[in-house]
Design a protein around this ligand. Sequence first.
Ligand code: VG1
Ligand code: CO
Length: 543
Amino acid sequence: MTVKTVATTPFDDQRPGTSGLRKKVAEFQQPRYLENFLQSIFDIVGAGKTLAVGGDGRFHNREAIQTILRMAAANGVGRVLLGRGGLLSTPAMSCVIRKHGASGGIILSASHNPGGPDGDFGVKYNIANGGPAPERVTEAIYAASRKITRYLIADGEADFDIDRLGSSVFAGMQVEVIDPVADYAALMEKLFDFERISQLLSSGRFRMRFDAMHAITGPYAHNIFEKRLGAPAGSVMNGTPLPDFGGGHPDPSLVNAHDLVAIMNGPDAPDFGAASDGDGDRNMILGRQIFVSPSDSLAMLTANARLVPFYAKGLAGVARSMPTSLAVDRVAAALKIPCFETPTGWKYFGNLLDAGRITLCGEESFGTGSNHVREKDGVWAVLFWLNLLASRQESVEAVVKAHWRLYGRNYCMRHDYEGLDSEVANALIDALRSKLPALKGSAFGGLEVVRCDDFSYLDPVDGSVAEHQGIRIAFAGDARIVYRLSGTGTTGATLRVYLERYEPDPSRHDRDVRDELRDLASIAGKIAEIAQRTGRQSPSAVT
Ligand code: VG1
Ligand code: CO
C-alpha cells in the first residue's frame, strides 16, 4: 500500500453540532471536504486498533465509506468493522463498538434530516464507550479542521467490496464486513422477555405496525419483530432502506409518519404503532387512536421498568434533556431515584451512564435509551413498550391513562421556526438573555414568572461545564417555556420553543394539547417578540 499525502486548506465550517457534522450533500461532495474532516478526526483520536464504520444508507453513504477505508488504512488503523452494504443503525453502531471493544466508530448519517442528492449528509465520531464523542473531543476535532494542511489516503486501490460478508485485507488493513443486525438483535434478546412478546404478537389478538420510513431500521425490524418474534408479515411497513428515504422526511412525528398515523387513527386500527428515523435512534409510539408523547413515554417506561427482565432489579437513576417535560421527574421522585437534567443531545448522557448513575434517559425529540448502549435506540423503545404491554395485558390507552391518573399529566409541545436568518435568530436569543434577571416576578396573562435562567450544566462526573444551553422560564402553577436554537440544521437557523404545563386534575386529562397550551404559546411569542423579530406569525412545525 502506498500512502499519499495530499495538501489541503481548511474549510471554516466543520464544527460538529448537537450530533456530528451535518451539511448538504453537495457540500460533502466538494473535493477535500469529507477528507479534511476525517483527517481531523484521525489527528485527534489517533489510529486506534479497531474502528467501526457504518451509516444509515442515505445518498453518498457508499462513496463516503470507500474514502473512509482508504484514509483509515493510510492513517494506520489496525482493523475496520464494517456493516454490510455500509449499513449500521446508530444504536447498532454503539452496540458493535462495545461488544467488539473497538476504539471508536464513524457513523455516516444526518439522522432525521432528509436525504437524496439535494438532502443532507453527516459524519459523527463515537468513542470507545459506544457513545457520541463528548464536547471536548468534538471541539478538538473542529480546532484541527481549522489548521489542517494535509490528509493521508491509500493510493492505487480498487474500491472495496462492501457487500460481501467476511474478513479480508484492504490496503494493508484488516476489514471485517459484518451482518449489521446480528449483534444488535442478540443484545435485544438479552434485555427483553422475547417469549412473552412473541406470545402476544402471534396470538392473533394483538396487531402491531412498525413504520421504518424507508430508513435504516427496516432490516432490524423485519428480523426482530417478524422473524424472531413472529409478528405476521406486513407488520413492518416501508422496510427497505432507500438512499432518498423514498422522498420522505425520515423523522417519526405525527406529521411526517402520516401513513402510519392514518392507519392508527383508522377504523380497523392495530393495537400498537411505532416509527423510527433515518438512523434508527428515534421512536414514536402510538396506540389505537392515541399518541404517546416522547416525554410521557420516558416517564411511562421508567414507571414500568421492573416488568422488563434487564431492568427488573430497578433503576439507578434517570436523566432527561432540559427541554423534555417534567413527567419523568415525578416518577423518579415516587421511585426515590435521582433524576438528572442535561443539555440537549445524547452526548451529555454518556458520563452518567458510564458512571452507573442512571439507567434510563430520554429527550422530548423522540429519543429514549438506556445503559444497554450509549445512543438513543428506536427499536429498543418499541420492544420496551411491547414487553410492558405483554406483561400488563392492557391497551396503550389504558397504560397511558392509568399513568396520568397516578402522576398527573404534563401537557407539552414544541414549536419550531425553521429556516430563519441566523443573525435574526441569534439576536432574538441574545435579547431574551438580556431580559432574564428582570423577568422574574413579572406576570403574563395572569402567570407569574418564578424562575428564569440561561441553562448551564455542570457534569457531576467529570466536572465539565456546558453553558448557554437554552433559556428557561418557569411560571407559578408548574408551567414552563424553553427557548433554544437547533444544532442539527443545515440551512439558516431554527428556533425551538418548548411549552409545558402540568395538570393534576384527572377530569382535565383528555383535553387537546394545543388548546391546553394556547395561552402559554402566546406568552412565549410575546416574551421573545417572535413575530416582530422573525416576521413569522406561526411556527413552521409543531410536535
Ligand atoms: C435535535 C433534538 C435533540 C437530538 C438531536 C439529534 O437537536 O432536539 O434532542 O438529540 O436532534 O437527534 P437540535 O439541536 O436540532 O434541537 V438525531 O435522531 O437527529 O441524531
Ligand atoms: Co436519529
